[in-house]
Design a protein around this ligand. Structure first.
Ligand code: HEM
Length: 310
């Protein structure tokens, strides 16, 4: 029976991926990192948020693999995640969790648990019920767009060589009070890099965290943060739909990744990157998926921090 949306969502993640003590119920495998963000004048013209001041803003970061398994393969065709917490002037926080796909897999929060349940193996057959999966997919075709994107995208060779998107829309307000609806993306300045078919066969399942450590040891990994500017009629409340490619994409600052935790754990672990924790000058849009995120993140945080340590 339905309990509440956030509990159903977290329980559905546990149903599919297991209840992995101490681990995030989504983005379970990952690594803590740190660095800073520097905003530019374009950012300041769009948003009065103190993080765009141009000063170095401290960043706590986490890179991750999609899904709730701490043992997920780094070669899987799931999303990679980039979560950040920027601390602006006066301790003002901006938290966010972004993925390596321009679209999310549900348009509405009510689709989240049924999407996962339809993919959860039946204990008797060891496989998802094919009729149930087919019925869900046919009734919810927009939930297949993310997998279609990932099927064609190269598997990232590095956490530092792939784009990350907000997928959700936000409203930026500048000092004059002008409002702009935006989505954002992080683009690696050194370019994107995918694994070749040969590498997919020969690489181990665990390489991304060490690869990032090596990269950062030889210099900061830098991402351009770009805002994509919505125009009238663009779907601002549906993260399964991209906006037209012709939409303006403007750099608003750069993220410098300068440290990677030497092992498991670190400053990112007790944080839940709640994407509606926003500084003054940035607001949540009416996207119902965005608005639904804080509660299940808090449920997952509560469960994982109260379980036995890994
Ligand atoms: C209704 C929609 C969603 C639900 C129910 C949901 C649920 C969750 C949960 C329970 C966690 C674990 C939180 C923690 O333990 O700290 C999580 C993490 C994460 N989610 Fe979501 N999520 C949703 C939408 C999204 C969207 C739209 C994105 C990205 C565009 C996203 C990206 C991520 C990432 C990258 C992480 C890992 C963050 C980290 O490294 O701590 N999620 N999500």
């Amino acid at each position: 029976a339905a309990q509440s949306l956030p509990l159903d969502q977290v329980n559905a993640l546990e149903g599919l991926f297991g209840k992995n003590a101490g681990a995030r119920r989504s983005g379970a495998k990952g690594v803590c990192a740190a660095g800073h963000f520097v905003g530019n004048t374009v950012g300041r013209n769009l948003s009065s948020a103190s993080v765009f001041s141009g000063d170095q803003v401290p960043a706590i970061l986490r890179f991750s693999i999609g899904g709730g398994s701490p043992k997920a393969s780094d070669k899987g065709r799931s999303v990679r995640g980039l979560a950040f917490q920027f601390t602006g002037a006066g301790g003002e926080l901006w938290q966010s969790a972004n993925i390596s796909a321009p679209v999310f897999f549900v348009a509405k929060p009510e689709q989240f648990a049924p999407f996962l349940q339809a993919r959860t193996p039946d204990p008797v057959t060891g496989k998802p019920d094919p009729a149930r999966l087919k019925a869900f997919n046919e009734a919810n075709p927009e939930t297949l767009r993310q997998a279609a994107y990932l099927a064609k995208a190269p598997v990232p060779a590095s956490y530092g060589a792939v784009n990350y998107w907000s997928t959700n829309a936000f409203i930026a307000t500048n000092a004059k009070g002008d409002k702009t609806t935006v989505r954002w993306q992080f683009e690696p300045v050194a370019g994107t890099l995918g694994l070749t078919d040969e590498q997919l066969k020969t690489m181990p399942d665990d390489f991304l965290a060490d690869e990032l450590r090596r990269r950062v040891a030889s210099g900061p990994v830098v991402f351009d943060l770009k805002f994509q500017i919505a125009e009238a009629g663009d779907p601002v409340d549906d993260p399964t739909q991209v906006w037209p490619e012709s939409r303006r994409l403007v750099p608003v600052g750069q993220l410098f990744v300068t440290q990677v935790a030497p092992g498991a754990g670190g400053a990112c672990e007790n944080i839940t990157f709640n994407p509606t924790a926003l500084p003054k000058g940035l607001e949540a849009s009416n996207d119902p998926v965005l608005r639904a995120r804080a509660a299940p993140y808090a449920v997952s945080l509560g469960r994982r921090v109260s379980e036995a340590p890994r």
